[in-house]
Design a protein around this ligand. Structure first.
Ligand SMILES: Cc1cc2nc3c(=O)[nH]c(=O)nc-3n(C[C@H](O)[C@H](O)[C@H](O)COP(=O)(O)OP(=O)(O)OC[C@H]3O[C@@H](n4cnc5c(N)ncnc54)[C@H](O)[C@@H]3O)c2cc1C
Length: 286
């Protein structure tokens, strides 16, 4: 287990911005994670910090980063396979593992840069798939309940949300279902999805992916584009010219630059379109 003091969160957040966290704990297995959670009950939990903006003032207190809690295993179950993944595995590693084991259904996770824990919290999704479609059950820890398991239908999954929002439950691991398929076809689909990401998303710049949720009946990116906000910048933050749904750190942005730009986009879209965008990204810190 690694413990870091006064850790600049810009080293952690995929926006590459954010102030210092007083203390960062990086457990390397579930036991160390449970011990850390039991000791620091108010700690902030993060996976890969690919959906989280940390404010410039940073975080007073303890952050537990689960990205080093790794482990993947598979069991055959008739025409299905059940993959158990530890919370810190990346969703790309999970998709890759499914492919190596000729299990189909998890291809859409390939290229989402977050962890299994973050993906479950967010019910992450892409290319028509969502985490909820492939989760069988989730093993969680909370100081009140200890270690317990919830089935997928008990997870209250919704669009980019789950039961974990507002609860102090931490994902330790999750079991995913895949159907037996052909490895070459699975790999081809993953490569197709990755090519599509590279073509459409500004992966060459730091970001947290789509900044805003999709408002009912609209696409956030299209609304932003129709308001001529592509390329709109505040300090070093910019609405991507490649994908209007992404705010990028194109030139040493601060979190404050990003927050001001988010506000500007929301106000402009609301005035022009009457739609109030809601952040998909999580904002934490002082
Ligand atoms: C280039 C790029 C592309 C992206 N594409 C997509 C996409 O296609 N689809 C999509 O849905 N998202 C996408 N994202 C956003 C992001 O990767 C997902 O939201 C991902 O699920 C976040 O995982 P994370 O581990 O980084 O979470 P973090 O940002 O670390 O945390 C997000 C939330 O999850 C909670 N959390 C993290 N780990 C745990 C745990 N073990 N237990 C309980 N709670 C936990 C945190 O407290 C926080 O509230 C993209 C981001 C980038 C940068």
């Amino acid at each position: 287990m690694t413990i870091l003091y006064n850790e600049p969160m810009k080293n952690r957040s995929s926006f590459r911005t954010g102030g210092i966290a007083d203390m960062v704990i990086l457990p390397e297995n579930a036991e160390e994670l449970v011990n850390a959670l039991s000791q620091y009950k108010n700690a902030v939990i993060l996976g890969n910090c690919t959906n989280t903006l940390v404010t410039d003032k940073g975080i007073r207190g303890v952050v537990i980063i689960t990205a080093d809690v790794k482990g993947l295993s598979v069991e055959s179950d008739g025409e299905e396979g059940i993959i158990t993944a530890s919370c810190g595995e990346s969703m790309s590693s999970l998709a890759n593992f499914a492919m190596i084991n000729s299990l189909t259904g998890l291809e859409f996770l390939y290229g989402i840069p977050g962890t299994v824990g973050g993906g479950i919290y967010m019910n992450a999704g892409a290319f028509g798939g969502e985490v909820k479609d492939v989760v069988k059950e989730v093993t969680l820890f909370s100081a009140e309940r200890g270690i317990f398991t919830l089935r997928s239908d008990q997870m209250e999954f919704g669009y980019r949300t789950s039961i974990l929002k507002g609860k102090s439950y931490t994902v330790l691991s999750a079991a995913f279902r895949g159907k037996k398929g052909k490895r070459a076809e699975i790999e081809a689909k993953m490569n197709e999805y990755m090519a599509s990401r590279k073509a459409k998303q500004p992966l060459e710049y730091p970001s947290c992916g789509s900044t805003f949720k999709r408002p009912e009946g609209y696409f956030a990116g299209r609304l932003i584009e129709e308001c001529n906000l592509k390329g709109k910048a505040v300090g070093g933050a910019m609405v991507s010219t490649k994908h209007a749904g992404f705010i990028i750190n194109y030139n040493s942005a601060t979190s404050d630059d990003i927050l001001k730009l988010i506000d500007c986009v929301k106000q402009t879209v609301y005035k022009a379109k009457g739609v109030m965008l809601e952040e998909e990204i999580k904002i934490i810190g002082e």
